[in-house]
Design a protein around this ligand. Sequence first.
Ligand SMILES: *[C@@H]1O[C@H](CO)[C@@H](O)[C@H](O)[C@H]1NC(C)=O
Ligand SMILES: *[C@@H]1O[C@H](CO)[C@@H](O)[C@H](O)[C@H]1NC(C)=O
Ligand SMILES: *[C@@H]1O[C@H](CO)[C@@H](O)[C@H](O)[C@H]1NC(C)=O
Length: 373
Amino acid sequence: MVSVKISALLLGAGALVSAAPAPTPTQAAQLKDRAASCTFSGANGAASASKSKASCATIVLSNVAVPSGTTLDLTGLNSGTTLIFEGTTSFGYKEWEGPLISVSGTKVTVKGASGHVIDGNGARWWDGKGSNSGKTKPKLFSAHSMKQSTISNLNIKNMPVQGFSINSATDLTLDHITIDNSAGDGTAKNTDAFDVGSSSGITISNANIKNQDDCLAINSGTNIHFVGGTCSGGHGLSIGSVGSRSDNTVDGVVIENSSISDSQNGVRVKTIYGATGKVTNVTYKDITLSNISKYGVVLEQDYENGSPTGTATNGVPITDLTLSGVKGSVASSATPVYILCGKGSCSDLKWGVAVTGGKKSTKCTNVPSGASC
Ligand SMILES: *[C@@H]1O[C@H](CO)[C@@H](O)[C@H](O)[C@H]1NC(C)=O
Ligand SMILES: *[C@@H]1O[C@H](CO)[C@@H](O)[C@H](O)[C@H]1NC(C)=O
Ligand SMILES: *[C@@H]1O[C@H](CO)[C@@H](O)[C@H](O)[C@H]1NC(C)=O
């Protein structure tokens, strides 16, 4: 069923002025030849939206069925464009890397209409192997080069593998993003909710995430704020692994007022063995843990190829790290705190950690002053 509907064609600037606060002259000129609102749906919806994206001030994606092996491509949107997901957004099946959705632009607003769902139907790909082997799985949402933009109220379920890739973005807010991947417990892997790299001025607020990997993973970037998040089923709120990329600096992160339950880790900072870079000025504040199966708080400087080696190096120092009001409990078989630092490479820690349960680690190494392990 193909239905492409352009609901309001080529409204003059006058009509726009009466419908909205008076635009500045440049905005008026820009919007003059754009339809106020265009609605796209069905199997041709993605291609049509992509083709018409420059000529619509508001793009409504209503029950769009994105064909297999193609991206719902809304990159290069005009400044000020609003993009609305409505009904069910679905995707055909193919083994490929994705992304299923890609959006870029300046002053772009992306939001979900009430009752909508972006359904990755990940079960078609889930084979217990994640992104490392088995079927090639498409990432869900590329938010690259988005500037002064907002993504809010999206309801996502069953991602095949990683969710939001936030890269080269500045002043981007993601508010009230819900991801429910719980149907993939046991078979889905590497379903990170938010991967952040080379970005600055990022706010992720009120996220509600059920997944099987990091709720947040910051590989590089500055001025990043995660607040009011609820994370369960995954690997916790993570910085890293930092190192071995083109950008290896994490500077200025606040992660606060969030809970992590039924997850492998709570608070995690990991850096790469033998690499260089830095992690500095990071604060975790008011974080509540429950039923953590591996580590409540973990700092480790020994990662290689995605796994810990057990031997730390000091090329990616962790400095000025504040843990304040990190509390709650871990499962009985877990370790409340694990610290594996290189020689002299974890310093200026402020330690407000009160995590109970589990067994103390006997392997902590180069524990910085103030911390207890
Ligand atoms: C903390 O999070 C809770 C629940 O997500 C929310 O109701 C509250 O407003 C948040 N407070 C602050 C200071 O962010
Ligand atoms: C630390 O990071 C915060 C949050 O990004 C920022 O406001 C503050 O200026 C930074 N402090 C230093 C000393 O760079
Ligand atoms: C604890 O979390 C694990 C997942 O890490 C989950 O399988 C288990 O059911 C949870 N236990 C309780 C008591 O909620």
